[in-house]
Design a protein around this ligand. Structure first.
Ligand code: ZN
Ligand code: ZN
Length: 306
């Protein structure tokens, strides 16, 4: 039987590459009061409805403290770049989409992003391809293990493939939007179902869907598990509909994790993201960052647009 499963498959790590230094622990300790202060701006997760991710995938979640104690994989001085590898020729809206996604990730993760030359889907052998109503579908596990792992650059914090083609992860699955292997720091996601080829879907919607998935996936690659405390970028999603209801920003727990790995102070992150999301006309998100800044740094309060 073939059926649709999850929004994202994850292979969680069983071993770890780097521990948390005392310096990072001190950084986290100093960050805690600000994170707690932000809690009133966030919405706690409600009991999941039938069909939603948490109704079908009971997960434990992951607090900031639990993250600190799980020896997460973090960028290092020598592994400090996010590589993006397109699968399929970038033309039309794909070109701008991939370029804008690369810029967004650079802002969000405070890591240099490098766009690699796209590879042809003909590199994927017949045994790892099939056809469905979305056209050609590629086997995500083949992309992870046989395409990305051999291409992982020495200075990569992680490498992500962006596929113009639909993906499936193996037997009994209809499709997946994305899949990542955190231990090997490789991931792939498909742009196919975001409406890039559909002229009725405006560019802003396509970009928002893409950067949300991209930032979520890369969070996993730095050992962030799905969040179940608040409505958050790191919530699991069972469908595009469920994903669209989740925010582009992170809850206080996940924001703490992000600050730990980005080596950027909280104020700077909020300012950068407020400005960048305003440029992209993601008004709700930009306004959320503005309210966060006003709450934490009231002396610089600026009027909210909502
Ligand atoms: Zn996920
Ligand atoms: Zn969260």
């Amino acid at each position: 039987m073939s059926f649709t499963k999850s929004f994202l498959m994850m292979s969680f790590i069983t071993t770890v590459a780097f521990g948390i230094s005392n310096e990072k622990r001190e950084f986290a300790r100093e960050l805690m009061p600000s994170l707690k202060k932000l809690v009133p701006l966030h919405k706690r997760m409600e009991t999941p409805r039938r069909g939603e991710w948490l109704a079908e995938h009971p997960e434990e979640g992951q607090t900031f403290k639990e993250y600190l104690n799980c020896n997460p994989v973090l960028p290092t001085k020598t592994r400090d770049k996010i590589y993006l590898l397109p699968i399929g020729k970038l033309e039309g809206r794909y070109n701008k989409l991939v370029s804008d996604t690369s810029t967004y990730l650079r802002m969000f993760y405070n890591l240099e992003t490098k766009l690699l030359k796209s590879i042809s889907p003909s590199l994927i052998p017949k045994k790892a391809r099939r056809e469905n109503s979305y056209g050609t579908q590629l086997l995500s596990t083949y992309i992870l293990n046989d395409i990305l792992v051999p291409r992982l650059p020495d200075d990569a914090a992680c490498i992500i493939a962006l596929s113009k083609y639909d993906l499936w992860p193996g037997k009994d699955w209809n499709f997946v939007f994305g899949q990542a292997n955190t231990r090997k720091r490789v991931g792939v996601w498909s742009l196919k179902r975001f409406g890039v080829d559909d002229k009725n879907v405006d560019y802003k919607t396509v970009l928002k869907r893409t950067v949300k998935t991209a930032a979520h996936e890369i969070g996993h690659m730095f050992t962030m598990r799905h969040c179940k405390a608040f409505e958050c970028l790191m919530n699991g999603s069972n469908s595009l509909y469920e994903s669209e209801g989740r925010p582009l920003y992170m809850c206080p727990h996940c924001l703490g994790k992000l600050m730990l790995l980005t080596n950027r102070n909280l104020k700077m992150h909020l300012q950068f993201m407020q400005m960048h999301t305003k440029t992209l006309k993601f008004e709700t998100t930009s306004d959320f960052y503005k309210r966060s800044l006003n709450l934490l740094f009231p002396e610089k309060a600026v009027p909210s647009s909502l």
